[in-house]
Ligand binder design. Sequence first.
Ligand SMILES: *Cc1c(COP(=O)(O)O)cnc(C)c1O
Length: 435
Amino acid sequence: MNFTNTIKREQSAKLFEEAKGYFPGGVNSPVRAFKSVSGPPLFIKEGKGCRFIDEDNNHYIDFCCSWGPLILGHNHEHIRNRVIDTVSKGTSFGTPTKMGNQLGKIILDNNRFIEKMRFVSSGTEAVMSAIRLARGVTGKPKLIKFDGCYHGHVDSLMVKAGSGLATFGISTSAGIPESFAQETIVLPLADLEAVENCLKQYSDQVAAIILEPVPANNGLLLQDKSYLEGLRQLCTQYNVLLIFDEVISGFRVNLEGAAGYYGIQPDIITYGKIIGGGMPVGAFAASAEIMSHIAPEGAVYQAGTLSANPVAMSAGLATMEILVRNSFYTQLEKKTKDFVQNIQQHCDDKNYAVSIVTIGSIFWVAFTKERIMRSDQIDPKSMEHFKVLHHELLQRGVYLGPSGYEVGFVSDAHSVEDLEQAAEKICDAMDIVFR
Ligand SMILES: *Cc1c(COP(=O)(O)O)cnc(C)c1O
C-alpha cells in the first residue's frame, strides 16, 4: 500500500537522518523508530494537556502519553511548578530527602497491598530488583513468566518458550547467555493447568511467578479474575512468591493498581511509569517482612546513585496529590468507556472486525471479533490494518504509539470534547482501513 502524506514530516525526517549518526537505528529505545508503521518517527518539541506538537508544527491529540506515565497529560501545571521549585534548590544530593518520605507515605497510605517500598529509576530496574529479592527470600533460582508479558529488558526475562518439549526458555535477545535463559520457565497465559503441572514438577526450584496482572505490552490480554486468583492459590500452595509487575497497571486502573482492582494480594509489586509523573522513577514494594531482606536491613543488595532524587520525587508527588482526589479514577474510566464505545459502535454498525479492549483508561484496538487472551491469538496480518490506521490518524492529527501491539492511554487532560473529536477521526480512519 502506498501512503500519501497530507501533513509535512520534513523536519522530523531530517532530524531522524541526523539521529541515525548518533544512535543505533536513530533512537534510544527501539519501538520509537516507527519500524512497523510508515515514515520517520515524529520529533516532538512541545506538549500541553492531551496534545503535542512536532518539529514540523503539526498538532496531535496524543494517546501514547509517553507510553503510560502521563496520566495527567503533558506539561501539567501542578507538576511543572513543583519540579521547578525543587530544581531551584538542587537536583540530587545522594542523601535521604523529605520529598522521598512524602512520596513514599502517600503511596503506602493509599495501598493496602504493600507495607514498605524502595524507589529505583526505571521499571526495568524495579523488576530486576524484585526478582533478586524473590530469589534472596526463597533461596531458589528459577522464575516462571508468561508468553505475552513484558517486564523490561531484564536478562532472565527476555525469554520465550523453548520449542517442543523444552521446559526452560530461550532468550529473545542476543547477548543473554543460555544459562540465564534456562533459569526461566515460560508458560502461556490463561492456562492455570500449565502452571500447576509446572509447579508440581519444579516448585522446589521456582522462586517466583511474575506476570503483568493486566498484560498490556502485547495487545491488552485481559485475564479472568479467577485465573489470577488461581495463580495466587498455587503460589501459596507451592511456596512460590507471586510478583505482580504493575509498571503499567499501577496507578493506572486505580491507586492500588491491579492488586486492588482484582482484590488479590501479591507478594511483591513493581511500579514505574506513572509513579514518576514523567520523570525516571520505578519502585518495588512488598510486606515489611519481605522488604526487610533488602540491604542494609537484609542480605539482598540493591542500590542507586540517583534513586529517589528530589526532582523525580517531586514530579511523582505532584502527580499522586491529584490521583488521590475523590472520583479521579471513576471519571477517567467513564470518559474512556464512552470514547471506546463511540468507536466500537461505528465499527459494529459498519460490520468491521474490530474490538476495542479496555480497562480503566487503557485501550487497545484488536482487528478481530474474538476475545484475545494470549499473544499467539493475535494475527500478525492484522498489523497491516494497524499500519493504515496509524498513518491515517497522523494525517488527521491523532497520535497512537507506533505499533499495533501497544495499548493507548487516555489521560485526565483529554476532555470529553477532545475525545469526541478524536473518536470521529478514528472512525474516519477506520473507514479507510476497511475501504
Ligand atoms: C514499561 C514496562 C517495564 C519497563 O519499564 P522501563 O521504565 O521501560 O524500564 C516493565 N514492566 C512493564 C509491565 C512495563 O510496561
